[in-house]
Design a protein around this ligand. Structure first.
Ligand code: TYD
Ligand code: MG
Length: 455
């Protein structure tokens, strides 16, 4: 079936439509559609002997039945988990992150250990072959099926992946590849979008999985991978705290799995190692209990995670009291201060208040309310909470403590990590006792303070 010779591409999000419209149907931007006259994907060379119908039949089945298709294991269980259980054949994943964070290291490790027995192509426009093989040797990567190609021309990369019969193609990075037909005059953003669009078509028509590496630039989103997010099946971001050895891979979009899954790695001499028990990192606490410190069971990363929260309450020095929240919502902190004042008789109006999530994580769930309230009271009274205590729960404006999702799972995780007492919302009290941990179910903020010994 012949396709129209022209189409319209949104210059904000690169979505494609067949007729011109004032507003992009994908991203809602106005006057952003531009006509384009580009060679159609059918112009891509086919492997000799392949029937014309084959490429358009195979991918549809592969993609629609994603659940039934055998995913490719990456050899890194943590990475598989964020992807939803491995890489889906014919899928395109984008992994973004700051330069130098370890994207090439991670993907080289994945390329060397993914899909044993299958061919994998790692195409790099960032480094020379010598540099990549030196790194592979240093990391002790055997990778019998791994081929490395130093190339920036997109057609050459796709040709090589096809010729190798690759199961997986890694493109490092999208900022370095060029689609020659666009010509040198095409802007960087046009190149980015067009190369990504070509890679998506390639993956869908061949069933070869593609992982694209993209640098996120500090200056802003436009030249970075964000404009590519809607084109691909999965978007992962590679993050770390400045100066920390720990690396977090976060899924922000995943057509084949859950979002907001986190995978933890540590960067060492031998590349990235998985951290199977991340609670252990975030719980490297001081030996002695300190006022203002509490451990909570978070769950917005797709699994229960024990994390230390800290609050520091200090007599206000001048002007208006300061409220500073790191990794927590500052508005929520202000709300909790008002609730403490009104419903628990704890006034911090004359105090500067600082709240922090240890380890540089950001927590967006309401389950941080109750532990934060306890930490604030603990700091104000200069009375440490027991180190064996955990808490979680939402706090409402009327001073009530409200249940959060996965209550029992959180308590079990705390027990598994050796905690002895859990202060939890009444609605989250487990039906049966959980071995090794005493659950103190509370209905009101004032009750919670008393249950934790800070009342
Ligand atoms: P790299 O994967 O090149 O980052 P990206 O591709 O995201 O730009 O990682 C670069 C950093 O990682 C560099 O500062 C060195 C460090 N590194 C280690 O600490 N250990 C290792 O084994 C490797 C390969 C890199
Ligand atoms: Mg790199």
């Amino acid at each position: 079936m012949a396709r129209p010779a022209v189409s319209f591409v949104c210059n904000a999000c690169a979505a494609e439509t067949l007729k011109w419209q004032g507003q992009c149907p994908q991203c809602g931007e106005w006057n952003s559609l531009e006509q384009r006259v580009l060679p159609r994907p059918a112009a891509m060379p086919r492997p000799a002997g392949a029937a014309a119908a084959v490429p358009s039949v195979v991918p549809a089945r592969l993609v629609d039945a994603a659940g039934a298709v055998a995913r490719l294991p990456t050899g890194l269980a943590e990475f598989d988990r964020v992807l939803g259980g491995g890489i889906v054949p014919g899928s395109v994943s984008l992994i973004g992150g700051d330069p130098g964070i370890g994207k090439s290291t991670l993907l080289l490790q994945v390329a060397a250990s993914a899909a044993p027995g299958r061919a994998i192509l790692y195409a790099t426009g960032e480094e020379s072959l010598a540099q990549v093989s030196m790194r592979a040797r240093r990391l002790g990567l055997a990778g019998a099926g791994l081929s490395v190609l130093a190339e920036t021309d997109l057609d050459a990369i796709l040709g090589a992946a096809r010729a190798a019969g690759a199961a997986l193609l890694v493109v490092d990075s999208i900022q370095t590849v060029q689609f020659a037909e666009l010509g040198a005059s095409a802007g960087a953003v046009t190149q980015l979008k067009e190369c990504t669009a070509q890679l998506v078509r390639f993956a869908k028509t061949t069933g070869i999985a593609v992982v694209i590496i993209g640098h996120v630039t500090k200056e802003g989103a436009i030249a970075g991978p964000r404009v590519l997010e809607h084109l691909v099946d999965a978007v992962l971001y590679f993050e770390s705290e400045a100066g920390s050895r720990f690396r977090i891979v976060r899924a922000v979009k995943n057509r084949f799995g859950a979002v907001n899954e986190l995978a933890f790695f540590v960067m060492g001499e031998e590349g990235l190692k998985e951290v199977r028990n991340p609670s252990a990192i975030f719980l490297a606490r001081a030996a002695e209990a300190a006022p203002g410190s509490i451990v909570m069971v978070a769950r917005d990363s797709g699994r229960p995670l024990l994390i230390e929260l800290q609050a520091l309450v200090d007599r206000m020095r001048f002007g208006a009291p300061r409220r500073v929240a790191q990794g927590l919502d500052a508005n929520r902190l202000a709300m909790l201060l008002a609730i403490l004042n009104r419903h628990a008789g704890v006034s911090l109006q004359e105090h500067d208040v600082f709240a922090n999530v240890v380890g540089g994580l950001s927590l967006g769930e309401t389950a941080t309310d109750l532990p934060l309230v306890l930490a604030l009271a603990s700091s104000l009274r200069d009375r440490p909470l027991p180190q064996s205590l955990v808490a979680f729960g939402e706090v409402g404006l009327t001073g009530e403590v409200r249940p959060v999702a996965f209550g029992e799972e959180r308590v079990r995780e705390a027990a598994k990590q050796g905690f002895k007492v859990a202060v939890v919302p009444q609605g989250n009290a487990p039906r049966k006792p959980i071995e090794g941990i005493e659950v103190r179910a509370v209905g009101r903020v004032a009750e919670a303070l008393a249950a934790a010994g800070t009342g």
